[in-house]
Design a protein around this ligand. Structure first.
Ligand code: ANZ
Ligand code: ZN
Length: 829
């Protein structure tokens, strides 16, 4: 080792040694138990963001730790390489998305390598490779056979209207990507658009996905509750309200059937039906309202705080329970694709209904009494209670009333108990270029209904065609692939006549739904992955990523795993055992790191300045994984200083050394500190408390410095042994540093191949132990005694304790009961 710690000189060296020795390879020893440590794969945007650095570090510490604990660890990395940013950039500057993506992957990869992550690069997978996306197409075809893929017309969020000069994505986007009617990504206006799309029938699994949440005991609570909300099971009832002067009726869905005597109007969603229901006098107003609503996105229209708005249709319906005739409205807050698309208005007991009734001067009737409600007539009470003004049902509790009322509905044949789910099927077709082509051909002859004919399996992959960027990626008009005749024109798989290929591509969430399987055998060409590998390595033991993926990705992941099981690819239902969601790395100013704020810290600059190990140490030390933290250059320097301090000590004492001959005095104290540190760091890592693991290491170094000038050969020997152990313990955190120092202390192989140290339980016990002091069986005080103190020594300490002597007040001791390491009891006259 050099006298001076120069990270640049050692980091490359160890990275090369690891690569050479394949230190991180999956299956180095398959007799060992497995651990699969996974971090969410990145979209290769070109540079490694600090959020990524932290994300991968959290996984890396575990991967390195478990390897040293004797596990066969899988720790892969790959690229979520399809997607909009590369395509949008191409529209701007004409660089082909494939070229840009390759460049970005190369630069992000070198940044990753420079930080010393322990990835098995032989497992690398890239979603824009035909070798990868052909399996998306394979899944599509299999799932179509299973009835899990279908084509539907639906109202979608269309990012398509420029706002303040924005460039719209011109594609369908998910609800979650819309904030206040604006696209999260490009800040363009999002509108509702009716169009055909491909969808996965994920709702077939809603109940299963919900029930299985109970088994995910190592997932963060907030992710579980976000998924529960998202799936949104609502148990209630459906009720038919006969429309006056029509044969038909309107079926509503309610979770509060007990409030039906308080229903004073009906509301339907703004769509075709509402126009049909309207009287000729009201029709123009209703039509105008429906049109106005169509120009807004669903999220904007139904946002919690949005003003309730509506129009009277002119029609009336009859409440089947009390025969009351009530007006029918159309309103913005009713969704056409939830429940039955119609709601009974109960303004006494529902906040939205209340607001609406006040606005339109509709009657408000209270039908639920409760000791804790405000008795004002016309007030709002949303809780449960006892029924009043509800005919035969008066006096029943809300719950009992719902049962009795549902039974009556069934007996009359005008309703039933019903469960509604918030979760929708997953619409996955996108009108963009840079994605997986959907393997479908349309043929006028064989497929006049335009259902789409599946491309036969043996014709996969349907390759994404190369394009002339400036002609195809214009950001205008039809989907890009429609402008590539060589792609579009393809023979019909059934009749051989010229047909047309599907020009939409798949949502990139398809790519990320099964990549954890592909990593296990990325070159395999017989199936998405080798079944035997999946059997050995799945499920993923620990998955680390951002909490922003709480619902979509993590739900699709779980859905896809169930499908893979049905296809015989794996034997698990749930892909992830333990989920870790990490906090955000903010800039030094507390704002999210962003070019806009000029507070971005570049990982390349950082490694250049302080080295990978100090960078790793700082990021891990800055706070518990799930917590946000603000960047601090001063603390980066602190980490760097710590490493230099350890280096200096290690350099001064360097040498292989032998074991100390006897362990007494300072040697014993050092041994104790060493074993205590092993214990503390081990338990901290198991609890993912990496910051406390690092502080344990720091305290340990202080202890060693306290004896830095050793006197006896045994002390020197012990110091060397302690430093060597410290290196082993630091390997998951500062691997290059630890290896370089350990080498100078006689380690022959990289520490990655070293076992994790164990501690001697005897040595981690505290040096002083509290003894409870009782007098006549009553607790009177406590004394601290050395661990190995004799009865006589403890007695001496007790007799010197003023609290105890005060209680004794001179009385003679008849008996001294001594329970080693626990308590003493004094029996007095
Ligand atoms: C009457 C009522 C009275 C309601 C009351 C609630 C409280 P969750 O729990 O989210 O499932 N609803 C039903 N279909 C709707 C739609 N398509 N668009 C908007 N709102 C709809 O909510 C179920 C409740 O949401 C239903 O119960 C209905 O209002 C409303 F004191 O019926 B309720
Ligand atoms: Zn045909």
């Amino acid at each position: 080792m050099q006298e001076k710690y120069v990270p640049r000189l050692i980091e490359k060296k160890w990275q090369e040694i690891w690569a050479e020795r394949k230190s991180f390879a999956m299956g180095r020893d398959i007799r060992k138990p497995k651990k699969y440590i996974l971090e969410m794969w990145p979209y290769p945007s070109g540079h490694l963001h600090m959020g990524h650095v932290r994300n991968y570090l959290l996984g890396d510490v575990l991967a390195r730790y478990y390897r040293m604990r004797g596990f066969d660890v899988v720790h892969p990395m790959g690229w979520d390489a399809f997607g909009l940013p590369a395509e949008n950039a191409a529209i701007k500057d004409g660089v082909h998305p494939a070229i840009r993506t390759r460049e970005n992957i190369a630069s992000i990869k070198s940044a990753i390598v420079s930080l010393g992550y322990s990835y098995d690069w032989a497992l690398e997978a890239t979603s824009c490779d035909p070798d990868y996306y052909r399996w998306n197409q394979w899944f599509f075809l299999k799932m179509r056979e299973m009835g899990l893929v279908y084509r539907r017309f639906s109202r979608v969020n269309w990012c398509g209207v420029s706002l303040n000069g924005s460039t719209p994505c011109l594609t369908v986007i998910a609800n979650e990507q819309v904030t206040d009617g604006v696209c999260e990504r490009c800040e363009s206006k999002v509108v509702d658009k009716e169009m055909p799309e491909w969808a996965f029938r994920i709702t077939k699994y809603s109940a299963e996905l919900l029930d299985a949440l109970d088994g995910l005991t190592a997932w963060p609570d907030r992710i579980i509750s976000a998924q529960r909300m998202w799936i949104g099971r609502s148990a209630g009832a459906e009720v038919d309200f006969k429309v006056e002067g029509h044969d038909g009726s309107i079926r509503i869905f309610t979770t509060r059937l007990d409030t039906i005597f308080g229903c004073t109007y009906l509301v339907v969603a703004p769509d075709e039906r509402s126009v049909r229901l309207s009287t000729s006098a009201q029709r123009p107003a209703v039509q105008a309202f429906v049109d106005a609503m169509a120009a807004k996105s669903k999220t904007e229209r139904t946002a919690e705080g949005a003003e309730k708005n509506g129009v009277f249709t002119g029609g009336y319906a009859r409440n089947p329970f009390n025969g009351r005739l009530i007006p029918i409205f159309v309103a913005n807050f009713v969704l056409s694709d939830y429940g039955t698309g119609a709601v009974m208005g109960v303004p006494g007991h529902d906040a939205r209904d209340h607001e609406f009734a006040v606005k339109f001067g509709l009657p408000i009737v209270d039908v639920i009494a409760s000791p804790d409600r405000d008795a004002d007539e016309g007030s709002l009470f949303t809780g449960e209670g006892t029924l009043v003004r509800s005919g035969d049902y008066d006096g029943l509790t809300s719950a009992a009333a719902r049962m009795a009322m549902t039974a009556w509905l069934v007996s009359e044949g005008i309703g039933a108990a019903s469960v509604t789910w918030r979760q929708k099927d997953w619409g996955f077709s996108r009108q963009r270029y840079w994605g997986t082509p959907i393997p479908i051909i349309y043929c006028d002859e064989c497929d006049p209904e335009k259902q789409g004919i599946s491309v036969p399996f043996e014709q996969l992959p349907v390759l994404l065609p190369d394009i002339e960027v400036d002609k195809v990626l214009t950001g205008k008009g039809e989907p890009p692939l429609a402008k590539v005749p060589a792609f579009v024109n393809a023979p019909c798989p059934k009749c051989g006549k010229m047909g047309r290929r599907e020009v939409e591509t798949m949502d990139t969430f398809v790519d990320s739904s099964w990549y954890f399987g592909r990593y296990l055998s990325p070159g395999f060409d017989g199936a998405p992955f080798e079944v035997a590998k999946a059997k050995r390595y799945l499920p993923v033991d620990v998955y680390v990523g951002g909490p922003e993926h709480a619902v979509m990705h993590l739900l699709y992941f779980r859905f896809w795993t169930r499908v893979m099981k049905q296809l015989g690819l794996c034997e698990i239902d749930e892909p992830i055992t333990r989920l870790v969601t990490q906090g955000i790395v903010n800039g030094h100013d507390g704002r999210k790191m962003s070019k806009r704020w000029g507070n971005v810290v570049s990982s390349l600059d950082l490694v250049e300045r302080v080295g990978a190990d100090a960078a790793r140490m700082y990021v891990l030390f800055a706070g518990p994984p799930e917590r946000d933290f603000n960047w601090s250059d001063a603390q980066v320097d602190g980490a760097s200083r710590f490493l230099r301090r350890v280096w200096a000590l290690a350099y001064a004492l360097r040498g292989a050394g032998t074991a100390p001959k006897s362990a007494v005095g300072r040697v014993l104290a050092m041994q104790r500190a060493t074993h205590k540190t092993i214990q503390r760091i081990t338990t901290a890592i198991e609890r993912l408390s990496f910051n406390t693991a690092i502080s344990a290491a720091m305290e340990f170094v202080n202890t060693l410095y306290a004896v830095a000038e050793p006197h006896t050969p045994d002390e020197v020997a012990q110091l060397r042994a302690s430093i060597r152990t410290l290196c082993v313990l630091l390997t998951p955190f500062t691997p290059h540093f630890a290896n370089e120092v350990a080498e100078a202390y006689g380690e022959k192989v990289p520490l990655e191949e070293h076992g994790w140290p164990t501690f001697d339980p005897e040595l981690v016990e505290d040096d002083v132990i509290p003894y409870a002091v009782q007098v006549m069986g009553k607790l009177r005080g406590e004394v601290m005694a050395p661990r190995d103190a004799t009865e006589a020594q403890v007695r001496e300490l007790v007799m010197a304790d003023t609290k105890v002597t005060a209680v004794l007040s001179g009385r003679a001791i008849r008996k001294f009961v001594f329970v080693p390491k626990r308590l003493v009891n004094l029996v007095v006259d």
